[in-house]
Structure formats: structure tokens, C-alpha cells
Write a protein that binds this ligand. Structure first.
Ligand code: PMP
Length: 290
């Protein structure tokens, strides 16, 4: 059976999954999204992802149009219908179709899309080798322009930073804010390791409130580490013992080189490996059964 996709209350096949060319999600990136993952038939941090989607929508004054509980049910249904156990589900809500102006008042009904697919993450080799990254010259959008806590459909800032690492043959870009503080990767949060301490930038400087980031902070004490927020510079990165990125898709992925300089001894470090193991163990224990 072809992939079943939820669009505006109906389940349609991949071939029939279409939206209007007047949708402001397409015309202006006016909308929000989130991604949630299931591990062996259990949805990991589902409520957190749906809550963040609703907060993102509220942040841009977008009425999703259905209650959170109904949305949550449809996310679960998307995995059931597609007979998946390990899935990556994309939740998208756009402002909906309007006219050719940007006025959101012309969009009378949001568009809701729920798309469950197989998960494609970094190959296991990447976790053994680690990522080589650059610090992008493209700065992260300032929170007073578009708050990083809003997971909007407007990812051009991150995509332009991504082009930079693609052009230099590296694996990922790290982004600074307009004051030169380290914010995050293009689609992951960042942690530095100093001794037994994990340090991550505070989200108010422009980063997304990552759910994997929060899980990492929560799990740190269980493996003898402490985690705290700190303003971090490029120099903190160059002199860190270890560095890793966190995200729903990536989980915890080591960073071993930045701008051609080795971080620590240039190999995935023991703290990162310990945290990744703790995270993977945790994903097996929790989650809402499908
Ligand atoms: N920052 C950005 C910009 C992202 O797009 C993502 C992916 N959602 C993250 C961080 C990581 O967030 P999470 O752990 O919730 O996937």
C-alpha cells in the first residue's frame, strides 16, 4: 500500500498529497513544523513535540484549528496506518491558502499535514568517526527578528549556513549569533564538554529549545555529569575537551574538528559516548505505545 499522509482531516496516498499553490506556507514560509520519532513502536517525547508545535503556532498567531489531543491522535494514527515501528513523523501547519499578498487575515483555514516515513539518520560510522564542522559566517537570526524558539517553516537562515559547509566539503555548520556567541548547528543544538561538565548555550540567544537538548540535560546526572547553560565563544569550542550536537534525528553526534582544528584529541570522546549510550537506553524505556 502506498504511503498514507494526513492532509486537512483526510488520509491520502503520497501521489494525492497536494496543497494549494496559494498556500502561504509555500508562498511565504508562513507556518510551523515539528518532527517526532518512534523507537520500536513507541513515540518518543510525543507530548513535548506537539506542545512545541502549538507554542510555535501561538508565537506566530496561527490557529491550528484542531485541539492538541486530536492532533496527537492523528500522529499516532500516521504510524499505525503506515505500518511503521521506527519512524520519523513530520508535523506541518501552514497559514493555509490566501491571496498573493502576505496578509495572514486572508488565509481563513490553516493547512495541517502529518507525514510519517522511515527514519534516515547518520550512518553508525558517523558516530564512530565524528563530524568535521565549520563556524559559518552566516549569523543565526536574532531572536528579536524571528525568535529561535519558533520552529517556523522559514529555514533559509539555516539553509544558507548549510550551503557554507557543503561548499567547503565539511559535514555541518555551527552558527554564532550577532554578538559572536555560539548558538547551535543548522538543525541541532550544541554541547561542549569540559571535564565532567556539559555546557550548552541558553536558548534566549537564538537557539531552538531542543527536546533532545533537554533530555540530555535531564540525563546528565544519571551518568555522573552536570549540565548547565553558558554563553560560549569560538574559543570555548577550540579548547573544549569534546563537543557534540543533539537533535531528534541525529540523537547525540560527536564533533571532532572545527575549522580544521581538532577538538580534544580529534576523536569522539568518552563523555559523548557515555551520554549517547545513556540517551539510546532511555529511548528504549520511555515513549507512548503506538
Ligand atoms: N535547532 C534547530 C534549528 C532545529 O531545527 C532542531 C531540530 N528540530 C534542533 C535544534 C534540535 O531539536 P530537537 O532536539 O527537538 O530535535
Amino acid at each position: 500500500m502506498s504511503q498514507q499522509i494526513y492532509i486537512d482531516g483526510a488520509w491520502v496516498s503520497r501521489e494525492d498529497a497536494k496543497v494549494s499553490i496559494f498556500d502561504h506556507g509555500l508562498l511565504y514560509g508562513d507556518g510551523v513544523f515539528d518532527s517526532v520519532r518512534s523507537y520500536d513502536g513507541r513515540l518518543f517525547k510525543l507530548d513535548e513535540h506537539v506542545n512545541r508545535l502549538y507554542l510555535s503556532a501561538k508565537g506566530i498567531g496561527l490557529d491550528i484549528g484542531i485541539p492538541k489531543a486530536k492532533f496527537t491522535e492523528q500522529v499516532i494514527e500516521s504510524i499505525r496506518r503506515n505500518n511503521l515501528r521506527d519512524a520519523y513523523v513530520r508535523l506541518v501547519v501552514t497559514r493555509g491558502p490566501g491571496d498573493l499578498g502576505i496578509d495572514p487575515r486572508k488565509c481563513t483555514k490553516s493547512t495541517i499535514i502529518i507525514l510519517a516515513d522511515k527514519i534516515t539518520i547518520y550512518p553508525e560510522e558517523t558516530y564512530k568517526r565524528g563530524l568535521r564542522v565549520i563556524i559559518a559566517s552566516t549569523r543565526r537570526t536574532p531572536p528579536d527578528s524571528l525568535n529561535g524558539k519558533i520552529k517556523s517553516l522559514n529555514y533559509l537562515n539555516n539553509i544558507i549556513a548549510k550551503l557554507e559547509h557543503i561548499h567547503t566539503g565539511m559535514d555541518e555548520s555551527l552558527m554564532l549569533n550577532h554578538e559572536g556567541y555560539l548558538v547551535e548547528g543548522t538543525v541541532e543544538n550544541i554541547f561542549l564538554v569540559k571535564g565532567k561538565k556539559l555546557l550548552t548555550p541558553p536558548c534566549h540567544i537564538g537557539a531552538l529549545e531542543g527536546i533532545t537538548r533537554q533530555t540530555t540535560i535531564d540525563l546528565a546526572p544519571s551518568v555522573g555529569l552536570s549540565a548547565e547553560e553558558a554563553l560560549l565563544t569560538a574559543n570555548d569550542l577550540y579548547t573544549a575537551d569534546e563537543c557534540f550536537l543533539t537533535g531528534t534525528g541525529a540523537e547525540l553526534v560527536p564533533v571532532v574538528q572545527v575549522d580544521g582544528r581538532a577538538i580534544g584529541d580529534g576523536k569522539p570522546g568518552p563523555v559523548t559516548q557515555k551520554m549517547l549510550a545513556a540517551y539510546r537506553e532511555y529511548t528504549k524505556q520511555v515513549g507512548i505505545p503506538i
